[in-house]
Design a protein around this ligand. Structure first.
Ligand code: URP
Ligand code: ZN
Ligand code: ZN
Length: 463
């Protein structure tokens, strides 16, 4: 099938021009003015932007966590992503202690294969590097899993100590892989949690009050120092606060290969959400937690200056009704995570470009190009160029929608609330093309389960 997209305004991380795009066999094959080529399908993109498909490098679909499993699986989650203009996700396989990472990869392949609406890759969450397990990392890289997430948070669950961290980083540095870090000081946080519970503090807001920004900044500082010693690049995931950002900025100023992402929840939501009536605050229990509002402008500054590279969602949805309520009497039992995969592009466009904080090119970089480069997908993904995958978003910058669980144009995630309920956004992904196939047409899903393919990613390119 061939596809011709006419009259669009093509925006990449560096370009901005009007042209037609001809797509053949999943790939962009010609870009030019007034193309006269015939095609099986023609889409008129007049008055619309054409962006490279969004890349969300941080999602948790079908993930066992907090005594339950995240509510979106690879079918529902990737369909919702497509609705929102995201055509690639990188999810996380999880190594179980005492077991091989290769076994974990197998398990995650089975969860995803034949189910997704869009392309996907995996990072590996490494929890156990005893014995010969470090040697598995090269095999993983050969399988296209070229980035590993480690945690200084969640002791007893996903936490690894500094020694293990150093060993994995050293190996990643040698192999050309990238380490992703969840950086919070989980050991001290556990002490703060104990004190809160002993004092009878059980409501959701205590999740945030026991995870202060200092404990994020301390862990960011430490993991960057360890990475520096190990001569490995490091990418801080879901960075939430000005304190933590300052540590990344200082390291980058010293020339250290430290990178970071933030997420829409830290740019648009804040600590006051924990003060809502009753148990409502549980909807926003995530780690790191939401911060005081003033942090948001510091994060936007970081995005503008290049101290922060990308915007992911850390999409990890749990239903309010029967999953978040596991912690109704004890905030430590509320599964950590919040939904957002579907709304990322509109939120960042509206709050970023619409409100004059970032340029159109920067928008593309933050939502697509930077992640493609960081995670070994560029230039097949993350740009619009002859030879790149035809992952394209036809985006209406003037269309307004109010994000709501009840709005069929903004919510297809398999979760019974939307974290951005009531937010009005101007800028909507209307038609979405994934490897040359229209999967969303005029906001309607027209793809099929299994359209998406597993992406074998390349090594960290060094940037
Ligand atoms: O609260 C969060 N972030 N849940 C997902 C797991 C993680 O730490 O990324
Ligand atoms: Zn994390
Ligand atoms: Zn996460």
């Amino acid at each position: 099938m061939s596809l011709l997209i006419k009259n669009g305004r093509i925006i990449t991380a560096v370009d901005d021009y009007e042209a037609d795009i001809f797509v053949e066999r999943e790939i962009v094959s010609v870009i030019g003015r007034d193309l006269q080529t015939t095609a099986d399908r023609v889409v008129d993109a007049k008055g619309r932007y054409v962006f490279p498909g969004g890349i969300d490098p941080h999602t948790h679909l079908d993930m066992p966590f907090g005594g339950t499993v995240s509510a979106d699986d690879f079918e529902t989650g990737t369909r919702a992503a497509a609705h929102g203009g995201t055509t690639t996700i990188i999810d996380f396989a999880i190594q179980t202690r005492g077991h091989s990472t290769l076994e974990a990869l197998d398990t995650w392949h089975k969860k995803a294969e034949g189910k997704t609406a869009i392309d996907y890759g995996f990072h590996m969450i490494v929890t156990d590097v005893a014995g010969g397990r470090l040697g598995e990392m090269r095999t993983l890289a050969g399988e296209g899993v070229t980035s590993y997430k480690l945690f200084t948070a969640y002791p007893g669950v996903l936490y690894v100590d500094d020694g293990a961290l150093f060993r994995v980083m050293r190996k990643a540095g040698e192999d050309g892989a990238l380490i992703c870090m969840h950086a919070e000081n989980g050991i001290v946080i556990d002490e703060l949690i104990k004190r809160a519970l002993d004092a009878g503090k059980t409501e959701p807001k205590w999740h945030a009050l026991t995870r202060p920004t200092r404990m994020e900044a301390e862990a960011v500082h430490r993991v960057i120092a360890i990475a520096e010693q190990a001569q490995a690049p490091v990418y801080i995931v879901h960075l939430s606060s000005s304190d933590a950002l300052e540590q990344v900025t200082r390291a980058r100023d010293r020339g250290v290969r430290a990178f970071a992402e933030t997420c829409p929840q830290y740019l648009f939501l804040d600590h006051s959400y924990y003060e809502q009536e009753g148990f409502e605050g549980a909807k926003y229990v995530m780690s790191p937690p939401l911060r005081e509002k003033w942090n948001q402008e510091a994060l936007w500054r970081g995005l503008r200056s290049g101290a922060l590279q990308a915007i992911s969602t850390d999409h990890c949805p749990f239903r309010f009704k029967d999953q978040k309520t596991l912690g109704i009497d004890d905030f430590t039992k509320i599964p950590n995570g919040c939904p957002g995969l579907e709304n990322r592009m509109s939120l960042v466009y509206h709050g970023g470009v619409g409100q004059g904080r970032i340029s159109l090119n920067k928008f593309v970089d933050l939502t697509s190009t930077a992640a493609a480069k960081m995670f070994g997908l560029f230039p097949s993904k993350g740009t619009i160029a002859v030879g790149s995958d035809a992952d394209l978003v036809i985006f209406n910058p003037n269309r307004r929608e109010t994000i709501s669980i009840n709005n069929p144009f903004t919510h297809h995630m398999n979760v019974d609330y939307n974290a951005y309920e009531g937010f009005e956004v101007e800028g909507i992904s209307e038609t979405v093309v994934s490897r040359g196939k229209i999967v969303i047409r005029d906001c309607e899903y027209v793809g099929s389960k299994g359209d998406g393919q597993f992406l074998k990613r390349g090594l960290f390119p060094g940037l």
